[in-house]
Design a protein around this ligand. Structure first.
Ligand SMILES: Cc1cc2nc3c(=O)[nH]c(=O)nc-3n(C[C@H](O)[C@H](O)[C@H](O)COP(=O)(O)OP(=O)(O)OC[C@H]3O[C@@H](n4cnc5c(N)ncnc54)[C@H](O)[C@@H]3O)c2cc1C
Length: 408
C-alpha cells in the first residue's frame, strides 16, 4: 500500500543559516514547513564563516554610499534583537565571539580616508577606543583604533540553537539515493519521495512551494529541476587558521581602502584560542599553496600587529566557496531570490543578510492557510547534526617556520 503523503505549505532544501532562519519565520507565520538537509547543518559556508554581522563596512570604506551599503546597514540591529530574544528567530543563548569589531589602519592616506568613509557611511558608527580599552595586541598600536559595534557570533552555536528549536521540522536525507521528485509540464514541483536513510521506508511530500536554500548545492539542484537561468557563481576564499596561546581579537586591519586582514577569535575543543584570518588575504591566496598562504599570513599578521609573538602558534588553512547568484564574478549587491513556478532559489550573499532574504520569501508567499491535512509521525526519521568547524576537521597543523613548501 502507498504511504499517505504529507502536504506542506513550504519545503526547504538546505539547513544553513538561510534555510534555518526561513524555517523559523515561516513556522511562526503559520506555514506548515519542513526542511531537508543532506549532510550536516551549515556545512559549506555558515560553519566556515567568520560570523561577523556586517553593517556595510566594506562598502563604506570606499567612501560613497551604494545600494549594497544601504541594503546591509540595518542588519546589525535586526540580529541584535534576535540575539537578545526580542524578535524571531529567538537566538538568545547563541554564543558571541565579541560584541564589537576593532578597526585599525596601516599607515597611508587611502587607509585613513577609508576610516573616515566608514564614519560617514555606516549606521552603526565606529568610535575611538582608548589604549587601555583595546584588546591586548592593539594596546601598543601607534595609530588610532576604533570600536565598531558589529557583533561577531559563533556560527556553530547559532546553528545548534535553531536546529534544536526546529528538530521536529528538520529531516536528514540521503540526497543521492533517497530523493526523487515529479515535475509537471510547467516545471512545478508536485511531489517529492524520500527514503528514510536508516530504514529505506518511503515518505511522500506534496509541497505547495519549495525553497532551494542549499548554498553551493543550489546549482546542482537547479540543474536537476531543469531551471537553467540565471545561474550560480562561486567565489573561493583561502582562509588561514591559527591556534595556540593567542589573545582574543575580532576586527579588521584596513589597508588601501579595504579590510586587508579580518581576524575573528574562537576556542577549539581543546580550549585553545583559534584565529580565523580572512579579508583580502583570503582572496589573494586563492590558487596559492598552503605553505605560501601560511607564510603570507604570518607576514601580514606581524605587519598588522607588530607586538604579537607567534612563537609556538600553529597554522592551517581551508578553502571555502561563497555561493551566490551569478553576478559576473562580482559580489551581488544584496540577497537574491528567484521564483520559477512553485520553486524559489535563495542565496543570502552574506550571513548578515539572511533576515532580509527570509523577508523576501515571506513576501512572495500567499497568506498561510489553515492546514487540516493529517500529521504524519516523523519521530523515527533521522535528524541532521550540526557541522564541525574547519579547525576541528583540519588534519595538518604547522608552526609558521616548518611549513613544507609542497603542502597544499
Ligand atoms: C570563509 C567565509 C567567511 C564568511 N564570513 C562571513 C561573515 O563574517 N559575515 C557574513 O555576513 N558572511 C560571511 N560569509 C558568507 C556567509 O557565510 C554565507 O553567505 C551564508 O552562510 C550562506 O548561508 P546558506 O544557508 O545560504 O548556505 P550554507 O551555509 O552553505 O548552507 C547550505 C546548506 O545546504 C545543504 N545542502 C547542500 N546541498 C543540499 C541538497 N541537495 N539538499 C539538501 N541540503 C543541501 C548543505 O549541507 C548546507 O547545510 C562568509 C563566507 C565564507 C565562505
Amino acid at each position: 500500500m502507498e504511504p499517505s503523503p504529507l502536504t506542506l505549505d513550504v519545503l526547504i532544501l538546505g539547513g544553513g543559516a538561510a534555510g534555518l532562519w526561513m524555517l523559523d519565520e515561516l513556522h511562526q507565520a503559520g506555514y506548515r514547513t519542513l526542511l531537508l538537509e543532506t549532510e550536516s547543518l551549515g556545512l559549506g559556508q555558515t560553519i566556515a564563516s567568520q560570523g561577523i554581522i556586517h553593517g556595510g563596512l566594506k562598502y563604506a570604506l570606499r567612501g560613497r554610499p551604494s545600494r549594497a551599503s544601504r541594503t546591509i546597514r540595518d542588519m546589525p540591529l535586526r540580529w541584535r534583537r534576535a540575539l537578545g530574544g526580542e524578535q524571531h528567530p529567538n537566538l538568545a543563548g547563541t554564543q558571541l565571539r565579541s560584541d564589537y569589531c576593532c578597526l585599525w589602519a596601516l599607515p597611508g592616506l587611502r587607509s585613513r580616508l577609508g576610516l573616515l568613509g566608514a564614519r560617514l557611511g555606516l549606521r552603526v558608527k565606529p568610535v575611538p577606543m582608548p589604549a587601555d580599552a583595546r584588546p591586548i595586541p592593539l594596546r601598543s598600536w601607534s595609530g588610532p583604533v576604533q570600536r565598531l559595534d558589529e557583533q561577531v557570533i559563533e556560527p556553530q552555536s547559532m546553528l545548534t540553537i535553531l536546529g534544536n528549536q526546529h528538530r521536529d521540522r528538520c529531516l536528514k536525507i540521503d540526497f543521492q539515493s533517497g530523493f526523487e521528485f515529479d515535475l509537471d509540464s510547467e516545471g512545478h514541483l508536485q511531489r517529492v519521495r524520500l527514503l528514510n536513510p536508516e530504514t529505506s521506508e518511503p515518505l511522500d511530500l506534496i509541497p505547495r512551494h519549495v525553497v532551494l536554500a542549499a548554498g553551493g548545492g543550489n546549482g546542482p539542484l537547479r540543474d536537476m529541476l531543469k531551471l537553467s537561468t540565471p545561474s550560480m557563481q562561486t567565489r573561493p576564499l583561502h582562509m588561514v587558521v591559527a591556534r595556540g596561546d593567542l589573545p582574543r581579537l575580532n576586527g579588521h586591519c584596513i589597508h588601501e581602502g579595504k579590510p586587508w586582514l579580518t581576524i575573528t577569535s574562537t576556542v577549539d575543543c581543546a580550549d585553545r584560542t583559534v584565529w580565523q584570518i580572512g579579508g583580502a588575504l583570503a582572496e589573494d591566496c586563492v590558487g596559492m599553496t598552503r605553505s605560501e598562504t601560511i607564510q603570507r599570513a604570518r607576514r601580514d599578521v606581524l605587519r598588522a600587529l607588530p607586538a604579537l609573538n607567534l612563537d609556538g602558534i600553529q597554522f592551517g588553512t581551508y578553502v571555502a566557496n561563497r555561493a551566490e547568484a551569478s553576478s559576473q564574478g562580482r559580489r551581488p549587491d544584496g540577497p537574491t531570490l528567484f521564483q520559477e513556478g512553485n520553486i524559489m532559489t535563495a542565496w543570502p550573499t552574506k550571513l548578515a543578510l539572511v533576515p532580509m532574504l527570509s523577508d523576501s520569501v515571506l513576501d512572495l508567499l500567499p497568506p498561510a492557510a489553515r492546514n487540516d491535512a493529517p500529521q504524519i509521525d516523523l519521530h523515527e526519521w533521522p535528524r541532521p547534526s550540526v557541522a564541525l568547524p574547519p579547525w576541528e576537521r583540519e588534519q595538518t597543523w604547522n608552526d609558521a617556520h616548518s611549513v613544507a613548501p609542497d603542502l597544499r
